[in-house]
Unconditional design. Structure first.
Lengths: 114, 117
């Protein structure tokens, strides 16, 4: 299985600022994803991070608010822009590829916006 | 669009006993994947077990097994000999096959499992 790390693990930010979350996989993977988990809720997909092209966003999520980069097959970033308290959530990166079709998850980034 | 429903927000079980978590889903696809993930307080999502829809045999992983009923669109998780370390939030998830393009996971609402010593 892929080992995935995320930085930072948690952060407390002021409204109106932006935070970039990094996701690193220990092996090359086909697909990478970003999910949001609001307090007490399930996981919702934000977007699929495509290597070498623009991310594919789910309904309700837009590039201006959640710009994503994926410069290679092992790394991706998610930026949460112009933050408001409603953005307080856990943000999780996942990766899929290799010999199995299973998605493995990073440890998550807990974001609190004041 | 596919949906996943977990009707049990909370479950509890005595240590060493067996517990079954329920999951139903809705899809028009004939081929797909189903997963159970656990999320302990550390918030790390950990894969518990996976099932391919084309396989009739139920998946098992040590103390964890599933009861996959394709016609009923049901995918329950059985945990045998429950241990304190099994306490977590359990999520059922659905994924379309690669031929359908989108590979996102669609999650249920989760079931919080408590283990009583």
């Amino acid at each position: 299985s892929a080992v995935i790390s995320q930085k930072p693990s948690r952060d407390i930010c002021q409204r109106g600022t932006s935070l970039t979350i990094q996701c690193q996989v220990d092996s090359q993977v086909t697909m990478m994803f970003w999910y949001r988990q609001q307090p007490g809720q399930s996981l919702t997909l934000i977007a699929t991070a495509n290597q070498g092209s623009e991310a594919t966003y789910e309904s309700g999520f837009v590039i201006d608010k959640f710009p994503i980069s994926r410069p290679n097959l092992t790394f991706s970033t998610l930026t949460v822009s112009n933050m408001s308290p409603e953005d307080s959530s856990i943000y999780l990166c996942s990766a899929q590829g290799g010999s199995t079709d299973t998605q493995y998850f990073g440890p998550g980034t807990r974001l609190t916006v004041l | 669009a596919q949906t996943v429903t977990q009707s049990q927000p909370e479950m509890s079980v005595q240590e060493a006993e067996t517990v079954t978590l329920s999951c139903t889903y809705d899809t028009s696809e004939s081929d797909y994947y189903l997963f159970w993930y656990k999320q302990p307080p550390s918030r790390q999502m950990i894969l518990v077990i996976r099932q391919e829809a084309y396989k009739q045999q139920n998946a098992t992983e040590n103390r964890f097994s599933v009861n996959f009923q394709k016609a009923a669109k049901s995918f329950s998780l059985k945990i045998s000999d429950s241990q304190l370390g099994d306490a977590a939030m359990y999520f059922c998830a659905y994924r379309s096959p690669p031929s359908q393009g989108a590979q996102k996971l669609v999650f249920g609402q989760g079931t919080r499992l408590t283990i009583n010593p």
